[in-house]
Design a protein around this ligand. Structure first.
Ligand code: ADE
Ligand code: ZN
Length: 334
């Protein structure tokens, strides 16, 4: 089963580039930029990756991102993720980045996006992996600040496919970003958002009705509301589920209680993703492996999950068909 998962062609649809920052690279870049960090060794830093909730994680995640300064830093971070993609047999990835985490510290939008997108181009040339970028607004900040980010992004519109919404969910409902989402859609960005990770089903209602999102990041709490489940199915909106993240952030402390199988049985379209793999104990394949074991998923279930990852990606129809044919060929011969 593990080999089947490792070689299964797949797409990753929920991944924060800042969340791929492995302690070894973090130390290297901190030294290169002569930035002091409050940990003496890689092991000490890794030990701090023990979280009670989303906010507990975010505090450490933003601290780690602070060492990123130059275009080369963003390039190195992103290229290191693509090297992992190659080993995970990821064929396509949709990468979130948080510009405000960096622009707030005086790093220019241009530095961030040029570093990340140059790595995306090199990964396409060197590994054949395609990618899109999702510019995520930080929901603990104001809508006005999100508008400022939208404005800064316009000079780099050709490099950005979609907008997202992440960071502290509770107390920051989707409706707070109604106007900036409307403006983002008008600029041609596809609307996506985290909803129902720690927030309740009413946040998911807001995300689909008010922000008009095309995909729900996490969405676990949709199962609180049968009417919402039916609406998500009717609108054919997928969920980007992140099992090891849910476990690490105590959203679902024991994967045996994870709602993934229930989602599939109800007719929802979940996908498997790693969210912030450097912090949550595993890349995408480890997420597939652990959830397969916990829920006793079959090869056919895993095939359906990988199919969803291509079907609900932002790829154009021709590219989706190509990827799905390749996946089906793999499934039929295994
Ligand atoms: N930023 C990075 N990972 C996140 C998550 N799982 N939820 C919300 N914001 C995030
Ligand atoms: Zn996330």
């Amino acid at each position: 089963m593990e080999n089947f998962i490792k070689e299964l062609p797949k797409a990753e649809l929920h991944l924060h580039i800042e969340g791929t920052f492995e302690p070894e690279l973090l130390f290297k870049i901190a030294q290169r930029n002569k930035i002091a960090i409050p940990f003496k060794t890689v092991e000490e830093l890794r030990k701090a990756y023990n979280f009670d909730c989303l906010q507990d994680f975010l505090n450490i995640y933003y601290q780690g991102a602070n060492v990123l300064q130059t275009e080369q830093d963003f390039y190195d971070l992103t290229y290191a993720y693509f090297e992992k993609c190659k080993m995970q047999n990821i064929k396509h990835t949709e990468i979130m980045f948080d510009p405000q985490t960096h622009t707030e510290r005086g790093i220019s939008f241009k530095t961030v996006i040029n570093g990340i997108s140059r790595a995306c181009e090199d990964a396409k040339a060197n590994f054949g992996i395609s990618s899109f970028l999702i510019m995520s607004y930080l929901r603990h900040m104001t809508e006005e600040e999100a508008f400022d980010t939208l404005k800064q992004s316009l000079a780099f519109k050709d490099k950005i496919k979609a907008v997202g919404l992440d960071s502290s969910e509770k107390g920051n409902p989707p409706s707070k970003f109604k106007n900036v989402y409307k403006a983002s859609i008008k600029e041609g960005y596809i609307p996506l958002a985290h909803a129902g990770e720690e927030g309740d089903a009413d946040y998911i209602w807001e995300a689909i009705d008010i922000l008009k999102i095309k995909r729900i990041d996490h969405g676990n709490n949709a199962l609180q509301d049968p009417k919402l489940v039916q609406e998500i199915i009717k609108r054919d909106i997928a969920l980007t589920v992140c099992p090891l993240s849910n476990k690490a952030l105590q959203v679902v402390p024991d994967l045996k209680n994870h709602p993934l199988k229930k989602m599939m049985e109800l007719g929802l379209k979940p996908t498997i993703n790693s969210d912030d793999p450097a912090y949550f104990g595993g890349q995408i394949n480890q997420n597939y492996i652990e959830i397969q074991k916990a829920l006793n998923l079959t090869k056919r279930d895993l095939y359906a999950l990988a199919s969803n990852s291509f079907q609900y990606s932002l790829l154009d129809e021709n590219e989706k068909i190509k990827q799905l044919q390749n996946l089906t060929g793999y499934f039929q011969t295994h």
